[in-house]
Design a protein around this ligand. Sequence first.
Ligand code: GLY
Length: 370
Amino acid sequence: MTTTPRTVSVDLPGREYDIQIGPGVLAQAGPRIAEMTRRPHVTIITDETVAGLHLATLQANLEASGLTSAALALPAGEATKCWAQLERSVEWLLSEKVERGDIIVAFGGGVIGDLAGFAAAVLRRGVRFVQIPTTLLAQVDSSVGGKTGINSPAGKNLIGAFHQPSLVLADTDLLSTLEKRDFLAGYGEVVKYGLLGDAQFFDWLESNAPGMAGGDMAARVQAVTRSCEMKADIVKRDETEQGDRALLNLGHTFCHALEAATGYSDRLLHGEGVAIGCALAFELSSRLGLCSQEDPSRVRAHLKAMGMKTDLADIPGDLPGAEALLDLMAQDKKVLDGKLRFILARGIGDAFITSDVPSDAVLKVLKDQL
Ligand code: GLY
């Protein structure tokens, strides 16, 4: 397997862009952005952790291509996806005199990508931005597809816009600075792609993911590339989630309830909730007679083999009861005409969207685990 960079194209008419994936692709930032902008000045929104580790490298690379840059480093963590930090970012971009034709760089994980992308969407009614995702979760999911936004006290990601990036540079070298827990949380989104639409990819992950977590670069490039190919394909079909894009929410109805129940805290990272949510979605599918009983066991066995949280009991601290979790699910954005929408599966790699799920079946799955 090769570790040379790979390219995935997101062919949205009039808003096409490339995702470059591989070790060292951060070095393409200068040359690629220099081609895209007339004014040789770039603004970067990042977080304090990423700034400490990688900002000097990015800025030196931009400078080598004749681009000056200025950076705003926000506090790391989900709490940054709020109105106050959005206002701070937009006002900072205005103070930097960012023009319509300029490029804003989102340099960080999902929080920074979502917030900086939203700032770019609303600034001067839309400025182009480049995603340079630094976490596995951001490289395989949040940096691709144009969902941008912030959280509200009423819920996660409730304020936002679709605004596609103009380029994504997913440098797989940057993944080596991640804590193991963060890497595995991002892996929750990788495994989701196999489960929702590519059984062969899931087979491949069963054999190769342990090596990938251990640092196998070729496996990392392959996993990020396949995830981005699948996401690009779905986003091309359904950019604004009128249909198929909801498949990407496999495990997320459970996950969002669990994140709300744990206060969006360190008790449960988003990707960990996705992994548990995928296991629960397969359990529910099996109990509804949609897939075989072996499928949920296989999903859980793989997550466990990766050392990941798999069951509700793996979440530290107390959880509310099954009824309260079901109420939290009813707050989800995916509720349509008051009905909960679930992504269920007919088998590994064969997910579908349905509103036809009896709540007592969901309650039973939750009660049996609590
Ligand atoms: N993260 C799900 C989506 O982009 O649609």
